[in-house]
Design a protein around this ligand. Structure first.
Ligand code: HEC
Ligand code: HEC
Length: 156
């Protein structure tokens, strides 16, 4: 009797496990077919693109891409190394463009003396660039006039 019960339990276990195991093997995401419960493989670091003349914007109000390496920059509660060059007080000395006036406006449209907290984490909007093959197909086309009008309308 006990043996029959054991066989039933083991049988049921195999039955339920088998389809699960095979569907798990098929999971393939941008991480590849790497098992989901294993730590991700370290990503090979790509060399960041440098461009002294800046990187062209696709539309007028696009946050400009970062034309220099930011490997050594740190943004946390204690420091924001980007501001060492880009804060209004330091920009001229560092020959860097200063953050624009929009960076002092809060979401309630109040103009602050200091940088608005919502602009503190620079890389939320500004990203460094590298020469790489896109991970997914991108069909974005800039449509300057329409997009600008839409953005201006929204900030009114
Ligand atoms: C050592 C000074 C320095 C530091 C630190 C620095 N930058 Fe820059 N940044 C520059 C200079 C100078 C330029 C002008 C282009 C050039 O010479 O590369 C620039 C250009 C830029 C631009 C392009 C602006 C435009 O209008 O095209 C962005 C965006 C930017 N930096 C963001 C950042 C962010 C975000 C950080 C921190 C992660 C940072 N920078 C840290 C000096 C610095
Ligand atoms: C919420 C998104 C956002 C964050 C966060 C942000 N920016 Fe920007 N930034 C923009 C946009 C959008 C523009 C272009 C339009 C404008 O100037 O307002 C811009 C423009 C700039 C420019 C170009 C100014 C010019 O005169 O052309 C610099 C430099 C810059 N940002 C630096 C920074 C730095 C440094 C930080 C962090 C302290 C930062 N930004 C945080 C969105 C952001």
């Amino acid at each position: 009797m006990k043996k029959a019960l054991l066989v039933t339990i083991v049988g049921a276990f195999i039955l339920f496990q088998a389809p699960l195991a095979s569907s798990e093997e098929k999971v393939s995401s941008l991480r590849g077919d790497h098992e989901l419960d294993k730590p991700a493989k370290p990503i090979k670091r790509k060399k960041q693109k440098k461009s002294g003349d800046g990187i062209e914007r696709n539309w007028k109000l696009q946050p400009p891409s970062i034309p220099h390496s930011v490997e050594k920059d740190r943004v946390n509660l204690k420091y924001n190394t980007c501001l060492k060059c880009h804060a209004k007080a330091n920009a001229e000395k560092e020959k860097a463009p200063a953050v624009s006036d929009s960076h002092f406006v809060t979401r309630d449209m109040k103009v602050l003396e200091k940088l608005s907290p919502r602009r503190y984490f620079c890389r939320q909007c500004h990203t460094p660039q590298a020469d790489v093959k896109p991970l997914v197909k991108n069909t974005f086309k800039s449509n300057d006039i329409e997009l600008n009008n839409l953005l201006i309308e929204k900030t009114k």
